[in-house]
Design a protein around this ligand. Structure first.
Ligand code: R5P
Length: 311
């Protein structure tokens, strides 16, 4: 069966780069809207018997990108693709893997039910937590951009560096950076007050006189990173600060917020499209080769080996 790569409108640049690495053309698909706003998609019927991969990060506008992914995957199946894999390097709703308020919905479970109805499996990059696999209920492969990002933030003086997890949820991610960069880890104990505001309770680990590399799975509003920077500077950390995250959502004025802080570098991967007018502020490292190699292996039914991460 042939490998078929399709791209939704969520990140055509990454899809083009992946197709280039794979040495194939992207399959044709149409995405349009009816006058009332309903989405209509169609895919090339020549994919019958193929092994289809639909690239569509579920980032802002999250619901729009999600429904487009679901419809493209469904169209592939109806066109006769033998297997449909959703490639969502960033998966929105992954933070809703549990109920955090009384009367809340389990958002990730809802998304998982929808994905399971449309696709056979899912590929993500550095998910918010590995617990998403249980809530999603669809076969999942998790890749990691950490080696790419760690290489980008590597310093010539590792003995002066501290890797900072800006909350307890980022500890395991921080440990993966720490192994690659041969540096210790410090952890900020944070409490979220609202969608944008967080409060720091304490910092565990030695940060005094060290040069910080703050890592996280994602930067959304920048509130978490801002709070972490305040806390570690109060405890004697040196500047400049480097920030590395797999997913750069940069919503709610995040880049303006970070530009007011002593941040020397913000390094993210291209799991999401970047705002072109802020290119000078962000160091973007591509995961196109990582995704292309993973897709080639999955297509040949080979194990992902060290490309995949488990908790
Ligand atoms: C939270 O648990 C995540 O790992 C990130 O720390 C968080 O989502 C970042 O959001 P923001 O940039 O809005 O603080």
């Amino acid at each position: 069966m042939d490998l078929v790569l399709l791209s939704g409108s969520g990140h055509p640049h990454l899809a083009r780069a992946m197709a280039g690495r794979l040495g194939i053309e992207r399959a044709h698909c149409d995405v349009s809207r009816f006058p009332d706003g309903e989405l209509q998609v169609s895919v090339d019927p020549a994919m019958r018997g193929g092994d289809a991969y639909v690239l569509q990060p579920v980032g802002p506008p999250v619901d729009q990108n999600l429904i487009e992914l679901l419809m493209l995957a469904d169209a592939c199946r109806r066109a006769g693709a033998v297997r449909v894999t959703a490639l969502t390097p960033y998966l929105g709703y992954a933070r809703q893997d549990r109920r955090t308020i009384s009367g809340g919905a389990l958002g990730l479970r809802v998304v998982g039910d929808l994905l399971r109805a449309a696709a056979d499996r899912l590929v993500v990059v550095d998910p918010h937590t590995y617990a998403i696999e249980a809530a999603l209920g669809i076969p999942l492969e998790s890749l990691t951009a950490v080696p790419i990002l760690a290489e980008a933030v590597r310093r010539p003086d590792p003995e002066r560096v501290v890797i900072v997890a800006p909350d307890a949820g980022a500890i395991k991610l921080a440990e993966r950076y720490a192994v690659l960069l041969r540096a210790p880890v410090a952890v900020v104990h944070k409490r979220r007050i609202s969608g944008e505001a967080v409060r720091v309770i304490d910092v565990a680990g030695e940060v005094q006189d060290r040069i910080p590399v703050i890592i996280d799975d994602m930067i959304s509003t920048g509130g978490t990173v801002e709070a972490a920077i305040g806390a570690i500077l109060d405890r004697g950390c040196r500047t400049p600060v480097t920030v590395a995250a797999t997913h750069g959502l940069f919503v709610g004025g995040a880049l303006d917020r970070l530009s007011r802080l002593p941040v020397e570098r913000i390094v993210v991967s291209d799991t999401l499209p970047m705002p072109s007018d802020r290119a000078a502020q962000i160091d973007v490292r591509s995961i196109a080769s990582l995704l292309a190699v993973a897709v080639a292996k999955l297509h040949r039914d080979e194990p992902l080996g060290e490309l995949a991460v488990y908790d």
